[in-house]
Design a protein around this ligand. Structure first.
Ligand SMILES: Nc1nc2c(ncn2[C@@H]2O[C@H](COP(=O)(O)OP(=O)(O)OP(=O)(O)O)[C@@H](O)[C@H]2O)c(=O)[nH]1
Ligand SMILES: [Mg+2]
Length: 346
């Protein structure tokens, strides 16, 4: 799964990853979608890749970036719900009598894209990563590494690591145990050292100054290469995701994250009971707020109209009263005249 603010290159990254690894692609159109468009809903792409002659079926969940709204609180809830829903669906299937052919869409890893500001993490990043880290193997990724200088990258990585530690956010880290060979241990150490990984995404092949054709981004000063370890950690990330640690990601999802979901649900509800919806979809919330605002405005307008109408009525009543008074006065005057005339006649 890919997550993070809008426009950080999540969709581009997945297309880059596919074009450097996939032998066949379920939907070739997805791979060559140019220019990339803003992702507007959670989308699942099925892919198949061949690794050392093993066929691996992969589901990629691309998600719309959040952070576009004025109020971004809870804009990431659909992501968290999606992850929970997959655990939930698996849990329900496990409780059925027939447990063959389970449909399993549990998320094994979530790449969280961080804006390459060079400063640190935003409160929104911290909030979202906290939520994700307790549910899924979280791998933070610094987006668009080509926009930062090597020195800046080093500092930025350090800052992010400090913040993650201070906020107690447990990101995914491969482990070394007694079964790990020395060579593997060295590889794992170099992976951990590079975290959070920097990435460059590009769907285009460009030519370098020394005449090589590479995946990269062309600038006036030269080319930022996707698969060059001096430019970014794309190769390390790819190694971890689909070569060295794919199985470990699957296993830790089962052992740690799914297990923790299952345990939590078992505490809170009876066997077979459906889950209560914890969160409301934030976009519904926004719609509801807008509707309420429109309704209040309309009521205000109507009130205003009534008040005007009432005032007109009062003015009309006053006018009629005055008319009545003057008519009374005329009648009174005439009565007096009649009285005087009749007196005089006697
Ligand atoms: N400089 C630079 N630009 C990039 C990189 N990756 C993607 N872009 C550009 O950034 C823009 C947004 O890329 P997308 O892949 O659509 O970003 P996204 O994260 O999927 O965006 P949403 O779908 O809105 O969440 C595009 O114009 C890409 O060409 C990168 O590594 N470096
Ligand atoms: Mg996108």
């Amino acid at each position: 799964m890919l997550a993070g603010e809008s426009g950080l290159g999540k969709t581009t990254f997945i297309n880059t990853l596919f074009s450097t690894t996939l032998k066949t692609h379920a939907d070739p159109k997805v791979r060559h979608q140019t220019p990339v468009q803003k992702t507007v809903e959670i989308g699942i792409t099925k892919a198949e890749l061949e690794e050392k002659s093993f066929k691996v079926h992969l589901n990629v969940i691309d998600t719309p970036g959040f952070g576009d709204n004025v109020n971004n609180r809870n804009s990431w809830l659909p992501l968290v719900e999606f992850i929970d829903d997959q655990h939930e669906s698996y849990l329900r299937q496990e409780q059925q009598p027939n447990r063959q052919n389970l449909h399993d869409l549990r998320i094994h890893v979530c790449l969280y894209f961080v804006r390459p500001t060079g400063h640190g993490l935003k409160p929104l990043d911290v909030e979202v990563m906290k939520q994700l880290a307790t549910r899924v193997n979280l791998v933070p990724v610094i987006a668009k590494a080509d926009t930062l200088e090597p020195g800046e990258i080093k500092l930025f990585k350090q800052r992010i690591r400090q913040i993650l530690e201070a906020q107690n956010i447990q990101i995914y880290k491969p482990e070394i145990d007694d079964k790990t060979t020395e060579e593997e241990a060295d590889q794992i150490k170099s992976l951990i050292q590079a975290m959070p990984f920097t990435v460059i995404g590009s769907e285009n092949d460009v030519e370098t100054a020394d005449g090589r054709i590479v995946k990269g981004r062309q600038y006036l000063w030269g080319v930022s290469e996707v698969e060059n370890d001096d430019h970014c950690d794309f190769r390390k990330l790819r190694l971890l995701l689909i070569r060295s640690h794919m199985l470990d990601l699957i296993k830790s999802t089962e052992d740690v994250h799914y297990e923790s979901y299952r345990a939590k649900q078992m505490q809170n509800r009876k066997f077979g009971e459906p889950k209560t919806k914890k969160f409301d979809n934030p976009s519904f919330k926004e719609d509801e707020d807008n509707l309420r605002k429109r309704f209040t405005e309309q009521v205000k307008e109507e009130e205003q109209r009534f008040r005007q109408w009432e005032q007109n009525l009062i003015a009309e009543r006053d006018r009629l009263n005055k008319d009545l008074e003057s008519t009374h006065a005329v009648i009174r005057k005439l009565e007096i005249e009649v009285e005087q005339l009749s007196l005089r006649r006697r």
